[in-house]
Design a protein around this ligand. Structure first.
Ligand code: HSE
Length: 311
């Protein structure tokens, strides 16, 4: 019997979607990570190869986001001794705000599920993927793993019970994400956040989150534009990203509906109502980083509706 294995792709994602800290995220078309899973004669799960990570990702199962996600899944289905080799192809930047660790966790668990001919449905894999991502983030939040796995824009009512819901993405909605080539670890970006929020800011943020969601359901780009202002997290993290406010201003001047930090940063996301504005926004954002002599890469994407898939 041939043992070519199977290959899975899991896409990058934009955590928080500007106004939904830890409870909203959307999937991009690219970049993303690939994982190949194959049966092995040796007992147990192993990570045999990691490419694209410059030796920075551990191969030990319990220290690797993909390894942990796949292992918790194998334990759940009673197959933890099954001989399976994983090859991880990192194709996304680390500590970038693009959901890199989440994509690896999603690809890991999905690759093993596919190899075993799907003992669980895709949606049931979420609870294993989130445990994998948790070792990188040091917190439990589904705003990257849920869209990377399931695609679309996902709202999480409650992270502990994974009460996640898909929100329709209006036709024409684009995400422009610029990644300045600096690194910010999610755990560090969470460390700067205050535990308390003023009542005034909470009311404002709740209004914006509600407005954003209603705007998405109604394809009302004006309402989306009025709603995309983060008054709680952005002011606390902006100083970690050189040129953040200049990039934001450039994006808004180019016609974006809203612009803020993607996930924990340093990537910055702008949402736009059509592809031309998305492109102009990307150019405007990139020219700021060019002026600051910071290398950056740009991703322009519609909302990925499929999430992770077998290649
Ligand atoms: N919601 C998370 C944060 C996303 O902003 O810290 C990063 O993984």
């Amino acid at each position: 019997m041939s043992n070519t294995g199977i290959k899975v792709f899991a896409p990058a994602s934009v955590g928080n979607c500007i106004v939904g800290f830890d409870i909203m995220g959307l999937a991009l078309n690219e970049p993303g990570d690939e994982i190949i899973a194959k049966f092995s004669d040796k007992k147990g799960l192993r990570i045999t190869t990691i490419t694209g990570a410059k030796g920075r990702i551990p191969k030990e199962i319990e220290k690797n986001t993909a390894g942990v996600a796949a292992m918790r899944f194998l334990e759940h289905i009673g197959e933890s001794d099954r001989g399976i080799d994983l090859e991880i192809r990192k194709k996304m930047p680390f500590a970038s705000g693009l959901g890199s660790s989440a994509a690896s966790a999603v690809a890991g668990v999905m690759a093993v599920n596919e190899l075993l001919k799907r003992p669980l449905e895709k949606r049931q894999l979420l609870k294993f993927a989130i445990q994998g991502e948790q070792i990188a983030s040091k917190a439990l939040h589904a705003d990257n793993v849920a869209p990377s796995l399931l695609g679309g824009i996902i709202f999480t009512r409650d992270n502990a019970t994974l009460d996640v819901h898909r929100i329709p993405a209006p036709r024409g909605l684009y995400a422009t994400v610029i990644h300045p080539k600096i690194e910010i670890k999610t755990a560090d970006a969470r460390g700067v956040l205050s535990d308390s929020v003023s009542m005034k800011k909470q009311i404002e943020q709740a209004g914006n989150l509600g407005g954003f969601i209603i705007g998405l359901f109604r394809s009302d780009f004006d309402l989306i534009g009025r709603s995309l202002r983060d008054v709680i997290i952005e002011p606390q993290r902006a100083s970690m990203i050189p040129g953040f406010y200049e990039v934001q201003e450039a994006a808004m001047n180019a016609g974006a509906l809203g612009c803020s930090i993607s996930g924990a940063g340093p990537s910055i996301v702008a949402l736009s109502g059509n592809s031309l504005i998305a492109e102009n926004t990307g150019e405007a954002m990139q020219s700021v980083f060019r002026k600051l002599k910071i290398d950056s890469e740009l991703f322009i994407s519609t909302i990925n509706q499929e999430g992770a898939y077998k290649l």
